[in-house]
Design a protein around this ligand. Sequence first.
Ligand SMILES: Nc1ncnc2c1ncn2[C@@H]1O[C@H](COP(=O)(O)OP(=O)(O)O)[C@@H](O)[C@H]1O
Ligand SMILES: O=P([O-])([O-])O[C@@H]1[C@@H](O)[C@H](O)[C@@H](O)[C@H](O)[C@@H]1O
Length: 362
Amino acid sequence: MNAYMRGWKERERDYCHDVLLRGGRVVGETLGGAAAFVSNVLDAASPAGASLAVVSKVGHDFAYATAAAPARHPPVLCASPTTSFHARFSDDAASAHAPDRQLRRVHACDPIYPADLPDRRFAYGLAVGVAGEVLPETLERMIRLCRAVLVDAQALIRAFDGEAKGGGAVRHVALEATPYARLLPRVAFLKASSEEAPYVGVETARRRCCVIVTEGRDGCRLYWDGGEARVAPFPAVQVDPTGAGDSFLAGFASGLLWGLSATDAALLGNFFGAAAVSQVGVPTFDPKMLQAVKQILEKAVKRPCTHINGNTFTFQRSSIHDELHKSLQEAAMLVCEQKQANSPATDNGDVCSINELTSLPS
Ligand SMILES: Nc1ncnc2c1ncn2[C@@H]1O[C@H](COP(=O)(O)OP(=O)(O)O)[C@@H](O)[C@H]1O
Ligand SMILES: O=P([O-])([O-])O[C@@H]1[C@@H](O)[C@H](O)[C@@H](O)[C@H](O)[C@@H]1O
């Protein structure tokens, strides 16, 4: 892999402020936003030598400048306030696919303009955002700068009811009706949650790019033109679903960078999605767990295998898929053990404890 192949470009609007509510009460205030979750996983899981550029914007009220991700990847300061969300959690987690939270955007910072992207070429670009920050023209420029672009549907199909002052409940619009639809044939991977999938139109979209639908605790499915695959999940004790999709996408992208096929890389997506739900806010990873994951990947990619990622992606699961799942499952157990050791208090400086978030009466 040459230096150019190792370059990353991640583009998203903002780090954001997340306020977690249950039964009308604030149970947590955390750093959020795709920038925080995605860079957290990419920093942790990418092969040595991979470099990452993060483009994000916050206001002068940004409260987490010294937290790990923003300190490593400082955002641009804007006159508008930091993007913020209220996430209202319901008590019944009836099914893996039922929406477990209602999101309301409270403030919106500035979008990322094409000129905000660095004037460099990158191997991969991640177009991720939470509050409508990915302008079509910016995505188009990212596509020109990067050899392959991965997109979170969340960045493309969110609309906000009652847009006054940047606020509004999150709803979804059909991707086909947006200016992004024409860019899909130039996108490599489009990730959507099962809630977002109907708005993406999987059957149409899979003819243009590979679509990955995440299914909460059931793992995920990949759909490409001519095939599909289900990828099994990892065990997790869910305490906060926030950031699972972001962490999934970053884990998946790391897997591609390690040279895995798309279906094998999705194992790494599921792994980091599970890790994300195991902690409140942006998760901290046990160094022993990360070391174990890297050893597993080093071993996996040393095998003679044709599933090396150039820019022609291999989608199918490889012969090492089941073994990779088993090894990662053992590493996932370290995450569960870490969670049990840390419980009930979070170890990332967030305001609420895991117990408060999971068991406060409504
Ligand atoms: N309770 C859970 N147990 C294990 N893995 C989970 C759980 N919830 C989410 N994940 C992992 O995170 C990924 C993304 O979660 P999902 O809830 O589908 O996305 P989003 O956060 O965008 O709604 C899933 O595909 C899965 O791999
Ligand atoms: O949970 P997830 O879908 O991966 O991503 C989340 C967004 O949906 C939410 O708007 C934001 O406030 C969170 O911090 C996080 O980025």
